[in-house]
Design a protein around this ligand. Sequence first.
Ligand SMILES: *[C@@H]1O[C@H](CO)[C@@H](O)[C@H](O)[C@H]1NC(C)=O
Ligand SMILES: *[C@@H]1O[C@H](CO)[C@@H](O)[C@H](O)[C@H]1NC(C)=O
Ligand SMILES: *[C@@H]1O[C@H](CO)[C@@H](O)[C@H](O)[C@H]1NC(C)=O
Ligand SMILES: *[C@@H]1O[C@H](CO)[C@@H](O)[C@H](O)[C@H]1NC(C)=O
Ligand SMILES: CC(=O)N[C@H]1CO[C@H](CO)[C@@H](O)[C@@H]1O
Length: 436
Amino acid sequence: MALKLFFFLSLALLLLTSNAFDLCASGSDGDLSVIPIYGKCSPFTAPKSESWMNTVIDMASKDPARIRYLSSLTAQKTVAAPIASGQQVLNVGNYVVRVQLGTPGQTMYMVLDTSNDAAWAPCSGCIGCSSTTTFSAQNSSTFATLDCSKPECTQARGLSCPTTGNVDCLFNQTYGGDSTFSATLVQDSLHLGPNVIPNFSFGCISSASGSSIPPQGLMGLGRGPLSLISQSGSLYSGLFSYCLPSFKSYYFSGSLKLGPVGQPKAIRTTPLLHNPHRPSLYYVNLTGISVGRVLVPISPELLAFDPNTGAGTIIDSGTVITRFVPAIYTAVRDEFRKQVGGSFSPLGAFDTCFATNNEVSAPAITLHLSGLDLKLPMENSLIHSSAGSLACLAMAAAPNNVNSVVNVIANLQQQNHRILFDINNSKLGIARELCN
Ligand SMILES: *[C@@H]1O[C@H](CO)[C@@H](O)[C@H](O)[C@H]1NC(C)=O
Ligand SMILES: *[C@@H]1O[C@H](CO)[C@@H](O)[C@H](O)[C@H]1NC(C)=O
Ligand SMILES: *[C@@H]1O[C@H](CO)[C@@H](O)[C@H](O)[C@H]1NC(C)=O
Ligand SMILES: *[C@@H]1O[C@H](CO)[C@@H](O)[C@H](O)[C@H]1NC(C)=O
Ligand SMILES: CC(=O)N[C@H]1CO[C@H](CO)[C@@H](O)[C@@H]1O
């Protein structure tokens, strides 16, 4: 009896300690860990750079290409893509989530992307994929191909198949502005923490080129029919939320909560808008921006939501720093500089860097959304150099030459907040939450 108790206690202790010390383990309550792509728990290593700030600058340097890409996501799918050659693989999409595909589950660290509809993963034998971790269809007992006549195939291809009958569903897709891949639409079980989604459709990549394809695949959380939320149907009730940890929090991970369980009960919300011109993206109604107590004068057409052109403001998990169209950014920045005073210098994507001695006078920036003011904590509006002597306003102008106005609320501004997407009720909730 005593021996049995001792055995039981040691087992319990072992379980407890192994959980407590594995900081990279997924939460046991059904939350999935959301890991900064260069954090300790991520299998990916940052490109060589001397400092953390330079890593962020490197990541942010890809924002303009991403915004052009997001602007190109019109209702009509674009298939042709310019391909950048000879570039080092530099990851875009800055958070990964650990999932398992197939039976038995094969672990993949997929980039989380709220602006993309589908999921895809590199498959064994892929030509041009950057990772040696690939999904093996042969090793999964639940794997199936999808033939060309299935409706999912039309959704993935953006057009129907040229032939009928039992032909595999092949499609090409562009990603991130400079990359393209060829894939076959397939189905297999997707394991997300304690949940299994059987017959989950995703692209099995057979060849890839360009520098932006996430090494172990992508999990689309957009609003289209092939996205995780649509494919999981009633399982998650069209609801998910995440908390992104700071890039700086090397050891820790935030969380992705799927479904209504464990979501904040009371949370301030703003309407989530659907723009038929760019149906994958999550739009919000940004009505103004304050710098300190000053409401920056912005002409309303630069903020207006327009279903015909796709203009408006989106919230995106894959853009690094918030981008406003140039006229808005300039007005916000000039007001910010006026209130801080002193002199400013540029650094990478940032054009408003100043000595940290002046930081006490840095005003807070508030994004006014319909029904919700998001007053950004300093950690979400300033970025500091590693040496600590310089602070920069962590926002920039969007590229000038996109089809129509798109402002992007990016992940640096979302960090340490819970962002709740309630698709069925068209609401976006935002609440401060420390998940570092
Ligand atoms: C399938 O699994 C076996 C055993 O784990 C492994 O040796 C093999 O490389 C896998 N096949 C592929 C195509 O990954
Ligand atoms: C995909 O691209 C390849 C190479 O450019 C081409 O041969 C193939 O026909 C394309 N497939 C589809 C379905 O568009
Ligand atoms: C939300 O929408 C999805 C798909 O549109 C549906 O399957 C699900 O049942 C809905 N959930 C609720 C709670 O209405
Ligand atoms: C956005 O907010 C403005 C100002 O309150 C309002 O006039 C406009 O109708 C809103 N747009 C949408 C699409 O809700
Ligand atoms: C329609 C379809 O493909 N159903 C399959 C879903 O997955 C299970 C096993 O995971 C198969 O048995 C079904 O045939």
